[in-house]
Write a protein that binds this ligand. Structure first.
Ligand code: ADP
Ligand code: MG
Length: 345
């Protein structure tokens, strides 16, 4: 297991983080939280900073518990362990999130799929007990994979077909970042960064009134090496990539944690990473995973059809491709060796 922490390292460029709020100078405050198997960093300034950070921390722990499928007492676990076809009251929040996940599956033609849980477990990604499953084992699991096996029942209940289990790992952090944004707003935070490990929310701009600068991890190099810097204010930026979490088999083959729902195998695409920038954290998280599965051409076609977000694709062919809306916002890393190009509308 390799966990490289934040992919979109929140770059706090020298001198930009001293005080905020003009004459009534107030320090930028920060906390670190470990949840969802990730080291998270939150910074805030302006408004009720301490209350905002405390509320944010509580909320992260609440969501970690509520959305986890490894905690026995979570609503997700109750749903996963119920007998096939039994409606389970999972509460309004989880039911709504599952409904959104099903919408993302439909929109991405199944590339985004929360029902990969049994397959992910077969590879040992959930339990950190890596192995390469036999084709026959995957063939038994794949018929239970697919959004059509998840049913929204009356009220706040959900049922799963026999053998189907769900994992919200590909949207949990994005969903949490939406809550962070709401909490910051509620407490009048004017500047800040919430970095939930590859899922970043930038609140306002930096203390000099400029946009925040977000580092885009170079997926081919060690953690912290950047392929570029992206300017953003009041936006969600999420990166998915195979280099985040992977397993190297004894024969040297690398298996990474994002799976192709069609095959049950780790995705082998022509992408090293996908970064999505938009105004919704849950969508950004779902899309970054799904577009990684689709590959470069599929991701570009999806963007042309759906729109409503900006993206950066880093390809195995050494290109950094970005949507035209980012052309003024992205700064290439000199000497990175990448070719930088705008995606055609
Ligand atoms: P991370 O959680 O590491 O930031 P992602 O948001 O891309 O990365 O989510 C990957 C996680 O989602 C995997 O660890 C697995 O639990 C689950 N997953 C794997 N493949 C898919 C997929 N095609 N659709 C939805 N979830 C997936
Ligand atoms: Mg995701």
């Amino acid at each position: 297991m390799k966990r490289l922490g934040a992919l979109l390292a929140s770059l706090l460029l020298a001198g930009s983080l001293t005080a905020c709020g003009g004459t009534a100078a107030q320090e930028m405050q920060s906390i670190q939280v470990f949840a969802m198997d990730t080291v998270m960093g939150l910074r805030a300034c302006g408004g009720e900073t301490e209350a905002a950070l405390a509320a944010a921390e509580d909320e992260i722990y609440r969501l970690d518990e509520a959305l986890s499928r490894t905690r026995e007492d979570s609503a997700v676990s109750r749903l996963n362990s119920a007998a096939g076809g039994t409606p389970v009251d999972v509460g309004e929040e989880l039911r709504d999130l599952i409904a959104r996940a099903l919408d993302f599956s439909a929109a991405t033609d199944g590339a985004f799929d929360i029902t990969l849980a049994p397959v992910s477990s077969a590879w040992g990604f959930t339990e950190d007990t890596y192995r390469v499953p036999e084709d026959a084992e995957l063939a038994l699991l794949l018929p239970c994979v697919g959004a059509e096996h998840v049913h929204l029942e009356e009220g706040t209940a959900v049922s799963l077909d026999q053998g189907t289990r769900i994992d919200l790992g590909a949207i949990a952090k994005g969903y949490a970042s939406d809550w962070m944004a709401a909490i910051y707003q509620e407490h009048g935070i004017t500047h800040g960064i919430v970095d939930l490990g590859g899922n970043t929310w930038v609140c306002g701009g930096n203390l000099e009134g400029e946009p925040w600068q977000i580092g885009i991890q170079d997926p081919a190099r060690s953690a912290g090496a950047l392929a570029g810097i992206l300017e953003a204010s009041d936006a969600f930026a999420v990166t998915s990539g195979g280099y985040q979490r992977y397993y190297t088999a004894p024969d040297g083959t690398v298996y990474q944690h994002i799976l192709d729902p069609k095959t049950g195998y780790p995705v082998e695409s022509d992408l090293l990473s996908v970064s999505i920038l938009c105004d919704n954290g849950t969508m950004a998280d779902a899309y970054s995973t799904a577009l990684y599965v689709m590959g470069s051409a599929g991701a570009q076609a999806f963007w042309r059809t759906h729109g409503g977000f900006e993206m950066i694709l880093i390809t195995t062919a050494g290109q950094v491709l970005y949507t035209p809306g980012l052309s003024e916002k992205i700064t290439p890393t000199e000497g990175s060796g990448y070719e930088y190009a705008s995606i055609l509308p």
